[in-house]
Design a protein around this ligand. Structure first.
Ligand SMILES: Nc1nc2c(ncn2[C@@H]2O[C@H](COP(=O)(O)OP(=O)(O)OP(=O)(O)O)[C@@H](O)[C@H]2O)c(=O)[nH]1
Ligand SMILES: [Mg+2]
Length: 281
């Protein structure tokens, strides 16, 4: 299945980001901790230039803890940047982001203090759709200032949000890129709900997902659906079993493949299969 989704508002958002980059001191690059590599937008390096970056591995409550540690180490090794783990839905969780920003911009803060300047620190929050950018911003300011939602492309336009008097964050719409070179990246983005479901075929997508689970998180997958492993079974056979067990039938007794597929993808997205990381180090 060839996946593509690059609506016009994303092109507009990327232009807005380019326009605003000179106003900001730092980039907060939000990555879904379940797919810390697939979330990297190949267009961002050119836009960001050499601005300092905080890589936020968000949704750590849904990701494999061992993999999260490895990915943090990976991103912490990058120059002029730091990596932080986060669950943006936890009250006050993003205090760590504020201290991270202060650490990264300590020289500028000191210079400002010496000169008696009270310029706010400005950061731009970027990432793929649905990775938790607006939730992180709301968490930082302790108020619901940015609209959030459990689907991709909730934020449609850039918006400045002032935090704690001296911090200003620019919320940006989730952005993807015109075409995915690597099918695995496109699939991972689809699994984590960064691509809208309307452009996907869930029954086809889930077969690749099942195959991935059987090779990486087999026990968790089988346990969730009360299934046993067999060399002779193909992903479609596992999907059939899930449909049978849950009585997902169409009129006439045929299995409701699509309902089964949506149920499995939804289970993964909500963490019901377990703590899973799709991009593994
Ligand atoms: N489990 C979990 N869910 C989270 C976390 N952060 C955000 N979410 C959920 O993820 C969904 C998307 O959050 P948003 O903040 O709207 O994501 P966004 O990156 O702003 O999305 P767009 O504006 O569409 O690009 C919401 O349902 C949030 O509640 C997290 O750390 N853990
Ligand atoms: Mg948003």
């Amino acid at each position: 299945m060839k996946i593509q989704w690059f609506p016009g508002h994303m092109t507009k958002a990327l232009r807005e980001m380019e326009k605003n980059i000179k106003l900001i001191d730092l980039v907060i690059y939000v990555l879904d901790a379940r797919a810390p590599k697939s979330c990297l937008n190949p267009q961002f390096p050119e836009i960001m230039g050499n601005k300092p970056i905080i890589y936020v591995l968000n949704k750590i409550d849904l990701a494999d803890d061992n993999q999260t540690s490895l990915w943090l180490k990976h991103y912490n090794a990058f120059e002029n940047s730091m990596a932080l783990p986060l669950n943006s839905t936890m009250t006050n969780a993003s205090k760590t982001i504020i201290s991270g920003m202060e650490k990264m911009l300590s020289k500028k803060l000191e210079r400002n203090r010496e000169k008696g300047v009270t310029m706010p620190l400005r950061a731009m929050v970027i990432g793929v759709p649905n990775c938790g950018k607006s939730t992180l911003i709301n968490n930082l300011c302790g108020k619901y200032k940015a609209i959030t939602g459990d689907r991709p492309s909730v934020t449609r336009a850039t918006q400045w949000v002032r935090i704690a008097g001296y911090l200003e964050l620019l919320d940006t719409p989730g952005t993807l890129w015109p075409s995915f070179e690597d099918d695995e990246v496109a699939h991972n983005l689809a699994y984590i709900n960064a691509i809208k479901d309307e452009v996907l075929d869930p029954a086809e997508l889930v077969l690749d997902f099942i195959s991935k689970m059987l090779s990486t998180y087999r026990e968790l997958f089988l346990a969730r659906y009360g299934l046993t492993y067999s060399e002779d079974m193909q992903p479609v056979d596992y999907l059939a079993k899930v449909c049978e067990n849950r009585k997902f039938m169409l009129r006439g007794g045929e299995l409701d493949w699509e309902r089964g597929a949506r149920a499995i993808l939804d289970d993964f997205r909500k963490g019901r299969i377990g703590k899973i990381t799709l991009d593994r180090l």
